[in-house]
Design a protein around this ligand. Structure first.
Ligand code: HEC
Ligand code: HEC
Length: 482
C-alpha cells in the first residue's frame, strides 16, 4: 500500500511513453531504413501499439524503452510495475504489482542460433520462439489481462490487427482470428530479430571500443571452430602479450563519432585499464593467465565472446543472495525444494520475489521450466553440464534438476550502459556493483555454501581491487546503438 503512489506515478510515466510512442507509430509511414524490411517497420509499430493491452495503456515499449531514451530496450526499474486491475484489487484479490524479474534488454537475442537449436527466451528459458513469447505477452499480466481473460485478449489482438491494412490486406475480412494473431506475432518477432549490434561485412561485431581494439591490433575476434572460450581467451592473451613485448600494442582513443560516445557518458576508449580488466576477465584458474596480483575472473566460459553470452543457464548465486538478504544468511540452503520433474511441479511459489511474510517464495529461474514439456531446455542443460565436471558425471535427470535451481540465462555484457539496474533481481545499480556479487559468490561456491552453484563459479577468484578494471572492461563493450 505504501508503494501505491510510486506505482501510480510510474504507471503514468509508462502511460505517456506508451501513448506517445503508440501514436508516433501510427502516423505516416517512415521511409524504410537501409536494409530494413517492411515487416520490421510494421513490427515496430505493433511493438509500440498500446491498443493490445486491456486498458489500452501498455505496449511492449512501455517496459522495453527504445534507444532514443539511451536504453537497450530495457527500462530504469529494478522490477517494473505492471498494469493494476483496480476492480480486482477492490474485491481483495491479491494481484502482483511488479514483474517478477528485471526487464531485460532485447538486442541480439538470436545471435549464433543454429538451425534446430533456438536461443530460449526469458531468463528462465520459458519460451522457445519469439512468436510464442509475443502471444503470451500480448495476452498476459504485463498487458493487464487476467488469466481468466485469455480469449478476450486474443480477440483484441485480432481486432487491432484488422486496423492495419498492411496486415489484413485486401481479403481482410476473411482473415481468421488465429491467422491475424499469427501475423502479429510474426511481425513483432521480425522486428525483434532485427535488433542487432553493429557488425562488419564478415558478421563480426565492430561497434564497441573492445571490437576496435581487437581490429586495430589484428587480434582474433572470436574463437576458432572447435575452440572453447577458455582456450580462445588464452590464445588472445598470448597474442596481446607478444604485441606488448614488442611495444606494438595500439590503444583506442577515438570511435566513429570522435573521442566520446554519443549515447553513453564516457570516452570511446580502450587503454591500459581496460586491458587490465580484459586479462582478469579471460583469466582462468588452470590457464597460464594467472599473473601478478590480479584476480581470476573466469568470466568468458559463461559470457562467451564475441556475444559475451553463451545463451545458456547458470546459477551464479544471485537468487540465493536476494533470498538470504530477506530471510537471513544460510536460509536459501535449507529451503525445501521438490524435484522440478516430479508430477505437480513446478509450483508458482518458485517464480516469485522473496518476501519476509512468505519464506516459501523464491525465484528458482530455469528450475520452473524443466518439466518434460521443455525438452529443448533439458537438452541445453545436458549440453552445458554433462561430462564437463565430476559433479555431473552421471548426468542423471536428478543432477540436471539440481543444476537448474537458481539458474538464469547468461545476459550479454554488450552495451550494459543502457540496461541497468542489473541481474534478474535488479538489485545492482551499477556495472561494478553487479560484478561485486562475484567476490562473495566465488568464495561461497568453493566452500560448498552456494546451493546448486554452477561448477564454474568455484573458479572465480576476485578481490575488491579487480572491480574497477573489470568494470572498465565491461564498459568498453558499450556502443552507440541506434
Ligand atoms: C510490464 C513490463 C513488460 C511489458 C509490457 C513487456 N515486457 Fe518483455 N520483459 C519484461 C520483463 C520483466 C522481462 C524479463 C522476464 C524474465 O526474464 O523472466 C521481459 C523479457 C522479454 C524478452 C526476453 C529477453 C531475453 O533475454 O530472453 C523478450 C523477447 C520480451 N520481453 C519481449 C517483449 C514484447 C515483444 C513485448 C510486447 C508484446 C513485451 N516484452 C512486453 C517486461 C515487459
Ligand atoms: C557460471 C557462469 C558465469 C560466470 C562464471 C560469470 N557470469 Fe556474469 N552472469 C551469469 C549469469 C547467469 C548472469 C545473470 C544472473 C542473474 O540475473 O541471476 C550474469 C550476470 C552478470 C552481469 C549483470 C548483467 C545484466 O544484464 O544484468 C554482469 C555485469 C556480469 N555477469 C559480469 C560477469 C563478470 C565480470 C564475470 C567474471 C568475473 C562473470 N560475470 C562471470 C553467468 C556467469
Amino acid at each position: 500500500m505504501i508503494r501505491l503512489p510510486f506505482v501510480l506515478v510510474t504507471l503514468f510515466i509508462g502511460l505517456v511513453i506508451g501513448l506517445v510512442s503508440g501514436t508516433e507509430g501510427q502516423a505516416a509511414r517512415k521511409p524504410l531504413l537501409r536494409g530494413e524490411l517492411p515487416e520490421v517497420e510494421l513490427g515496430e509499430r505493433l511493438f509500440k501499439d498500446p491498443r493490445f493491452s486491456h486498458a489500452q495503456d501498455f505496449s511492449c515499449v512501455t517496459c522495453h524503452f527504445s534507444p532514443d531514451l539511451r536504453r537497450g530496450y530495457a527500462d530504469f526499474q529494478a522490477r517494473t510495475p505492471i498494469p493494476l486491475r483496480l476492480e480486482e484489487m477492490r474485491e481483495g484479490v491479491n494481484l502482483p504489482q511488479f514483474t517478477v524479474r528485471n526487464t531485460t534488454a532485447l538486442i541480439d537475442l538470436f545471435w549464433g542460433e543454429k538451425p534446430g537449436s533456438s536461443n530460449l527466451l526469458h531468463s528462465d528459458g520459458e519460451f522457445e520462439t519469439p512468436e510464442a513469447l509475443v502471444v503470451a505477452g500480448l495476452t498476459g499480466r504485463n498487458m493487464g489481462w487476467l488469466a481468466s481473460e485469455k480469449s478476450a485478449a486474443r480477440l483484441r489482438i485480432a481486432e487491432v490487427a484488422r486496423l492495419y491494412p498492411e496486415i489484413v490486406g485486401e481479403g481482410g475480412e476473411r482473415l481468421s482470428d488465429d491467422e491475424a494473431i499469427e501475423r502479429v506475432a510474426g511481425l513483432i518477432s521480425a522486428y525483434m530479430r532485427s535488433l542487432e549490434f553493429s557488425k562488419d561485412e564478415q558478421g563480426e561485431f565492430n561497434g564497441s571500443p573492445y571490437d576496435h581494439f581487437l581490429g586495430q591490433n589484428g587480434l582474433p575476434p572470436r574463437p576458432a571452430a572447435g575452440e572453447s572460450p577458455k582456450q580462445y581467451g588464452e590464445r588472445l592473451m598470448q597474442e596481446i602479450e607478444s604485441l606488448e613485448r614488442r611495444g606494438a600494442l595500439k590503444w583506442v582513443s577515438e570511435g566513429p563519432k570522435g573521442a566520446r560516445f554519443e549515447r553513453h557518458d564516457q570516452d570511446f576508449a580502450f587503454g591500459a585499464r581496460e586491458l587490465e580488466g580484459l586479462k582478469i576477465f579471460y583469466a582462468t584458474e588452470s590457464g597460464r593467465a594467472i599473473r601478478g596480483r590480479n584476480g581470476v575472473g573466469n568470466c568468458a566460459t559463461c559470457h562467451a565472446p564475441p556475444a559475451f553470452t553463451d545463451f545458456r543457464f547458470h546459477n551464479t548465486g544471485a537468487s540465493q543472495e536476494e533470498y538470504d538478504q530477506v530471510h537471513g544468511f544460510g536460509k536459501f540452503m535449507t529451503l525445501a525444494i521438490s524435484r522440478s520433474l516430479e508430477p505437480n511441479s513446478p509450483s508458482s511459489q518458485f517464480a516469485q520475489i522473496p518476501d519476509l511474510a512468505h519464506p516459501e517464495r523464491a525465484d528458482l529461474g530455469a528450475w520452473n521450466q524443466m518439466g518434460s514439456h521443455k525438452p529443448v531446455l533439458l537438452a541445453q542443460m545436458r549440453e552445458t553440464f554433462c561430462g564437463v565436471v565430476p559433479v555431473f558425471s552421471s548426468c542423471s535427470v536428478a543432477e540436471l534438476d539440481e543444476a537448474s535451481i537458481g539458474a538464469f540465462k547468461t545476459p550479454t555484457l554488450r552495451n550494459l550502459g543502457h540496461s541497468g539496474p542489473y541481474l534478474h533481481t535488479g538489485n545492482r545499480p551499477s556495472i561494478a556493483a553487479a560484478i561485486q556479487m562475484y567476490i562473495p559468490a566465488g568464495v561461497l561456491a568453493r566452500r560448498g555454501l552456494l546451493r546448486s552453484a554452477d561448477p564454474e563459479m568455484a573458479g572465480v577468484v576476485l578481490t575488491g581491487r579487480d572491480l574497477a578494471p573489470l568494470a572498465a572492461f565491461v564498459e568498453a563493450l558499450n556502443e552507440d546503438y541506434e
